[in-house]
Design a protein around this ligand. Structure first.
Ligand code: ADP
Length: 339
């Protein structure tokens, strides 16, 4: 009993109870109306025509019973039977209705619970990620403060480190905001040329690539798609930035595009370390960073870029997939519906 009371205090219990109350209200309301209607109809019941024939009378009626009493008794019996059946039916509905209500309550709450679970996971992951750069900032400043004398060159170095860490934090919070926003309906689409988007993204990436002596070779024809220029450029910057980030010095990154009768594909291929098959299905998950000796400790990142890229691709009714050969490189392909 106390278990039932506890269950009724849960959200599922409360919702199931509300559903059951609706079912029972309808069932009882229907029963009352049905009973009243039948009650009146029974009162108007006509005696069968052969009722008064003396041979039938003896079999059906008590010797001292009047015809009037006989009918009243029969009608009362019928009413009682009707009442019992309706009570039985309502008990059945109560039992069946409880099971249905529980099932419906679980069905209603499951997606809401999943959503809430994902949200709290997101908040806890995000807080965890924010902690590292904040801790670095704090340590840097504490170490500097502990020194009795700080030369202006040292102070400058600390400031520069601070600015660097703040920039990383800014980048992380910007990405988190993008990822958290559900802007599916607020993104405005227009007709776009893939070649223009690639060229915009390359303008951002080429200075970074040049620092590592990486060449970017692009051969992208004019292909039209529907989409948001800012979002698609952001997506390509994420993929190109990774390609450069994970490529060795003097590597080459190739950008190509093609179309078939349904979609436009943009391929970004690098000569980096590749991604292990066990990691490949997870790299688009938030905060996932494949643990290879090369990147986890040496390459900056929060494991959020590809999750954002995936979200943007989905907002455009497209998809992004990755293939990779360990030691040889990776290829990321963005597919968008042809406009
Ligand atoms: P990060 O900030 O760590 O780069 P991403 O979400 O952009 O986060 O990528 C997730 C993980 O996928 C990376 O940590 C890395 O292990 C792997 N990855 C992404 N792009 C490449 C690439 N071009 N070559 C090798 N590994 C990659």
């Amino acid at each position: 009993m106390s278990r039932l009371r506890q269950f009724l205090k849960t959200t599922t219990g409360k919702l199931a109870l509300s559903y059951l109350a609706i079912i029972m209200l309808m069932s009882l309301g229907f029963s009352v109306v049905f009973y009243n209607t039948s009650y009146r109809a029974l009162g108007r019941q006509l005696p069968p025509p052969n009722m008064f024939e003396p041979r039938n009378r003896g079999e059906l009626m008590e010797p001292n019973q009047t015809v009037d009493d006989f009918f009243r008794d029969r009608i009362n019996e019928a009413r009682q039977e009707l009442l019992m059946r309706l009570v039985g039916l309502n008990i059945l509905i109560l039992v069946g209705g409880s099971a249905i209500s529980y099932y419906l309550a679980r069905r209603t709450l499951k997606p809401i619970e999943d959503n809430m679970e994902a949200q709290s996971q997101f908040i806890s992951d995000a807080s965890h990620e924010l902690r590292t750069p904040l801790a670095v900032l704090r340590t840097l400043n504490e170490v500097a403060l502990r020194k009795k004398k700080v030369s202006s060159a040292e102070a400058r170095e600390v400031f520069e480190h601070n600015i660097e860490e703040v920039a990383k934090l800014r980048q992380l919070t910007d990405s988190l905001l993008h990822l958290a926003k559900n802007d599916k309906n607020t993104v405005t689409f227009s007709s776009l040329d893939i070649a223009d988007i690639v060229s915009d993204a390359l303008n951002t990436i080429i200075p970074i690539a040049q620092e590592k002596h990486i060449t970017v070779e692009d051969s992208v024809p004019k292909l039209m798609v529907q989409g948001s220029k800012a979002s698609l450029t952001q997506l390509l910057v994420i993929i190109l930035d990774n390609a450069v980030k994970y490529s060795p010095e003097n590597g080459v990154v190739y950008v190509t595009a093609s179309k078939d009768n349904k979609s436009v594909s943009i391929n970004i291929k690098d000569e980096g370390p590749g991604i292990k098959a066990v990691h490949l299905p997870h790299i688009f998950e938030r905060f996932y960073r494949a643990e290879t000796s090369r990147n986890k400790n040496q390459v900056d990142g929060f494991g959020i870029g590809l999750a954002l890229a995936k979200k943007i691709a989905e907002q455009h009714n497209g998809e992004i997939v990755a293939s990779s050969t360990l030691g040889k490189g990776s290829t990321f392909t963005l597919r968008l519906p042809l406009s």
